[in-house]
Design a protein around this ligand. Structure first.
Ligand SMILES: [Ca+2]
Length: 528
């Protein structure tokens, strides 16, 4: 086996900053905690607020719009918004293949608008650098019968799957199989494992849910305080940063009428993450038994902050505008869609989300959620584990980083060359900055971090973060003094606002970001 490391990139879907155990949460994640204890936890790493843009950015080392996935997977008539990875970018798999890596993917793709089995597959995993693929091409999926389940380039027939098929387990099992199949190969591998958990719907196994029975009965107010205390003790947060207030749309816990249903929502969500962690444990076991655990760079993160969407889309299902999948279980029972307190979520015949109040807990101590670029939308855990190169164990790293840095890091540790041309096409310059200096607690020279999603914009440079919630005004925070964004100092610092907003404007121009009003009009008019 080569001295160059294997790379295992694990990303999950719609999880808050502080859900997992080693970031202060209630969810039992012994395997992620083990990686954290044997490696590093970044406290200020950022995704880009939503599934598709994040996946485009992490795969390519570019900002989402540069890869033509500035919004979701619709063609919105602008180059930055084609909903389909373009040919002026390369994926990590494409680059590492040129350096002799074997490349595998298990999980959710979600960077193409061509999702049907009969549609063009030029931007499917196998055509974008992966030797092997198993997973789903689209987003949000029923865990027992996911849409667009695909092996290599072919649709998987649900009838060919065992009765107890469950997507989280299938993603884990496939990753284990790749690791084991690769064991006698001489080249290193890149394995991208993209879980859909804990994205809605709230689907989990009874025995996993049972482990959390009563764990959330204290309610969101007390649990947010408890998390804050644990996070401060771990050192993730400066003790001077105040906890953000409870989401103003939500009642205090003591006034909540449907406490049993509310608690159950969070129990199922916790069980979804727990199940993923169990699978990660099996992948780590496979690496270990093949003697590959120490020389594998393992990176774990979430694709966006906790999701506050309250599911109520009966009409969408009926009109087919939002294809949540089949309306019946595999054995023919009708699925009860929507967040209905009369229906306890978790089973195959339910389809719910955990909603605003629990997303608010998931993102403790921050405010806002998936979609927005305040800290609750973009702050993610990032665990890095690589014993042969990273001697520090259980330490925290506070320097900031962004998704584009993952490509830069992979290119460096693999000894690969990021190309200027690929398949005859000019490739846009890499935007990321390698994280390896930060592994050794040294600055990596990153100048600014910049975001845009649905008109929500942010720039972070030095102590400052300029951020707006569309269509609102710029807010300015000193993130060293006030990372929880409770003290807006924009009015006192007009020159900083002017300087950072100019940086954002120039970046938007360079990366093909269009005004959200224009993009939204294209979506509304149906001219896409
Ligand atoms: Ca997501």
């Amino acid at each position: 086996m080569s001295d160059r490391p294997n790379i295992l990139l694990i990303m999950n879907d719609d999880m808050g900053y502080s859900d997992i155990g080693c970031y202060g949460g209630e969810v039992q994640t012994p395997n992620l905690d083990r990686l954290a204890a044997g490696g590093l936890r970044f406290t200020q790493f950022y995704n880009t607020a939503r599934c598709c843009p994040t996946r485009a950015s992490i795969l390519t080392g570019l900002h989402p719009h540069q890869a033509s996935v500035g919004h979701m997977t619709q063609d919105l008539d602008e180059d930055g918004y084609r909903g389909d990875l373009n040919t002026n970018c390369v994926t990590i798999a494409e680059v590492l293949k040129t350096a002799g890596y074997a490349t595998y993917m298990s999980g959710k793709w979600h960077v193409t608008r061509h999702t049907d089995a009969g549609s063009p597959k030029h931007s499917w995993p196998r055509q974008r650098g992966f030797d092997r693929f198993f997973g789903i091409i689209c987003g949000a999926a029923n865990y027992w019968q996911p849409k667009t389940l695909t092996r290599e380039n072919d649709a998987v027939d649900m009838d060919s799957l065992p009765e107890d098929f469950f997507l989280t387990d299938a993603i884990s099992d496939q990753a284990v199989e790749y690791v084991n199949e690769h064991a006698d190969q001489s080249e290193p591998f890149f394995l991208y494992t993209a879980y859909t958990a804990p994205h809605w719907p709230l689907h989990a196994h009874d025995d996993d849910i049972a482990r959390y029975a009563g764990r959330f009965d204290a309610g969101w107010d007390q649990l947010r305080e408890e998390r804050l205390a644990r996070m401060r003790e771990i050192g993730l947060l400066d003790v001077s940063w105040p906890l953000t207030p409870r989401d103003p749309s939500q009642p205090p816990w003591h006034e909540v009428p449907d406490k049993a249903w509310q608690a159950r929502r969070m129990e199922v969500y916790a069980a979804q993450i727990d199940r993923m962690d169990q699978g990660i444990g099996r992948i780590l076991d496979a690496l270990e038994s093949n003697g590959q655990l120490d020389n594998t760079l393992i990176i774990f993160l979430a694709d966006n902050g906790a999701c506050a969407e309250e599911i109520n889309f009966t009409n969408w299902v009926q009109t087919g505008t939002f294809l949540v999948g089949t309306t019946h279980t595999r054995d023919g029972r009708p699925v009860q869609f929507n967040n209905d307190p009369a229906v306890m979520p978790g089973a195959e015949d339910t389809y719910q989300s955990y909603g605003i109040p629990w997303a608010n807990l998931s993102n403790t101590p921050f405010r806002e959620y998936k979609h927005w670029v305040h800290e609750g939308g973009i702050a993610t855990p990032l665990i890095v584990h690589w014993p042969t190169q990273i001697r520090a164990q259980g330490e925290l790293r506070h320097l900031p980083g962004q998704l584009t840095d993952i490509m830069a890091t992979c290119v460096e540790v693999a000894g690969a060359q990021y190309p200027e041309r690929y398949n005859g096409n000019a490739i846009k310059a890499l935007e990321g900055t390698t994280l390896t200096p930060i592994f050794d607690e040294k600055p990596n020279g990153k100048e600014a971090l910049i975001w845009e999603h649905e008109g929500n914009c942010a720039v972070r440079r030095g102590n400052w973060k300029l951020v707006c919630k569309y269509p609102g005004d710029w807010e300015l925070y000193d993130v060293v003094r006030n990372r929880t964004e409770t003290d807006d100092v924009a009015a006192e610092n007009p020159e900083v606002v002017a300087e950072l907003s100019a940086i954002h404007e120039a970046w938007a121009e360079r990366c093909g970001v269009k005004p959200w009003s224009q993009i939204r009009e294209i979506m509304r008019s149906g001219n896409a």
